[in-house]
Ligand binder design. Structure first.
Ligand SMILES: [Fe+2]
Ligand SMILES: [Fe+2]
Length: 441
């Protein structure tokens, strides 16, 4: 079902009175004034908060007609004195009929903000014939808290959702119950996405009960190998923004996904392990460039770890999709040139990224990183620290709720004084699978 078909069936479900109460609460079926021309809904998803940070936030949402979106934001619950931030930067505003992305900057750290989304409907007939014919605002006022030293140190991690919406529904319910300060989506949200509509369905308008899953809890993204596959995923930024331009130096301009965020006593570091196949693998026809990308992240990581708010955090947790450690000799380490094939390994793609482990592992170790949280294996695992590797590694589970022995996980982290507590929630059984404690650096 494509997105427009899905929207139609959502409308049918609404008419049949089978829409979850959360959808109504989020204003999904009760949008504000329609356009002057009486067209259908303009706002077709709840907002998604992207790229959690201390002084900015990304707000993305889907639209069903040519539009310029905006955010009204205020520190006051009644939006008194709200600032209006439009989609688009200098020169021209944005104008499209698919996704609106608004970058809200100049925010205060560890501060609660209230906001509403809206969009102007545009009738565009040519360069000299364009008209705003109306606007639509989501009646719901959402709120979120920015990151920073004063924020509550509490995160959740999900991974390898692969557009399994039954699983995603369960994960988002667990996250809502845990109410963390932010969520890290640790890659493989996608499978192989060829259209922006399928990306919208994954991130902005998923067929789950809690349509506003990311409207009050900001998300961070550490991409997985599948998030680069398919024509649309070559430009995932059309649905999930890159980090703020002012957060990146000219040297790091292409590193739009890396993050270094202080949240309470925890420093969160996001790295991108990129593809699980070598750039030389004929399958990819020389059209991927993961090798140089991994190396470029070394200088970024060195700088991020030196930043005052990161260096001074009692806890340092890094996130990346592909594991950067594995002691199983049959597991492909991702550096078998030229085509990832070697009979000693059980698969011809990376089970782990030895290259990233060698590039980034020593830097994390020197910074006394306590934990690296990874994904990709579709099998939950904990690798305890060893004599020559002071950081532990957690590998999140896969997407299957019923098949096989695995189970999806929500990995939760929070601080209690000088201790970082980690809880691994088994989403198949509902039980706590494991608990770990880490001392402050
Ligand atoms: Fe995966
Ligand atoms: Fe993966």
């Amino acid at each position: 079902m494509d997105r427009r078909e899905f929207l139609k069936s959502s409308a049918a479900l609404t008419a049949a009175g089978v829409v979850a109460p959360e959808m109504l609460a989020a204003g999904q079926t009760d949008m504000g004034a329609h356009g002057a021309d009486g067209e259908g809904r303009l706002l077709t998803s709840a907002p998604m908060l992207q790229n959690y940070a201390s002084d900015s936030i990304g707000v993305a949402f889907a639209v069903g007609d040519m539009a310029n979106g905006y955010v009204l934001i205020s520190e006051s619950p009644d939006l008194a004195g709200a600032r209006k931030v439009k989609c688009g930067g200098f020169r021209v505003t944005e104008m499209n009929d698919t996704v609106q992305q608004i970058r809200v900057t100049g925010l205060k750290p560890a501060t609660r903000y209230y906001y509403r989304i809206g969009a102007d409907r545009i009738r565009y007939k040519g360069g000299y014939s364009m008209k705003v014919t109306g606007h639509e605002e989501d009646p719901h006022v959402y709120s979120f808290v920015t990151a920073g030293k004063g924020a509550e140190g509490h995160f959740c991690v999900i991974n390898d959702t692969h557009a399994h919406f039954d699983t995603f529904d369960r994960l988002t319910e667990k996250i809502a119950a845990l109410a963390p300060s932010c969520v890290i989506w640790n890659g493989d949200a996608s499978n192989c996405e060829e259209t922006i509509d399928s990306q919208v369905r994954i991130f902005l308008d998923p067929p789950i009960a809690r349509k506003d899953y990311a409207a009050g809890i900001p998300y961070l993204f550490a991409p997985g190998n599948h998030d680069s596959r398919g024509m649309a995923n070559r430009h995932l930024e059309q649905v999930w923004m890159f980090r703020q331009p002012e957060e990146r130096t000219a040297r790091d301009w292409d590193l739009g996904r890396n993050f270094a965020v202080r949240m309470g006593d925890i420093a969160l570091i996001g790295l991108d392990t990129a593809e699980d196949k070598l750039d030389t693998n004929p399958l990819f026809a020389g059209l991927f460039n993961s090798g140089e990308y991994r190396k470029a992240q070394v200088a970024w990581l060195q700088g991020a770890l030196r930043r005052k708010e990161i260096a001074s955090a009692p806890f340092l947790v890094a996130f990346c999709h592909i594991p950067i450690f594995d002691d199983d000799p049959t597991h492909n380490p991702g550096d078998v040139a030229p085509a990832d094939k070697d009979p000693q390994y059980s698969a011809d793609f990376a089970y782990w990224q030895r290259t990233c482990g060698e590039l980034w592992g020593p830097l994390l170790q020197k910074a006394r990183c306590q934990l690296v949280i990874t994904a990709h294996m579709h099998a939950y695992r904990f690798d305890a620290p060893a004599r020559d590797r002071k950081w532990a590694q957690l590998v999140g589970g896969g997407p299957d709720l019923v098949k096989g022995d695995g189970f999806p996980t929500v990995i939760e982290g929070f601080t209690e004084g000088r201790t970082l507590r980690i809880r691994v929630h088994n989403i198949r059984t509902g039980a706590i699978q494991d608990e770990f404690r880490f001392d402050a650096r």
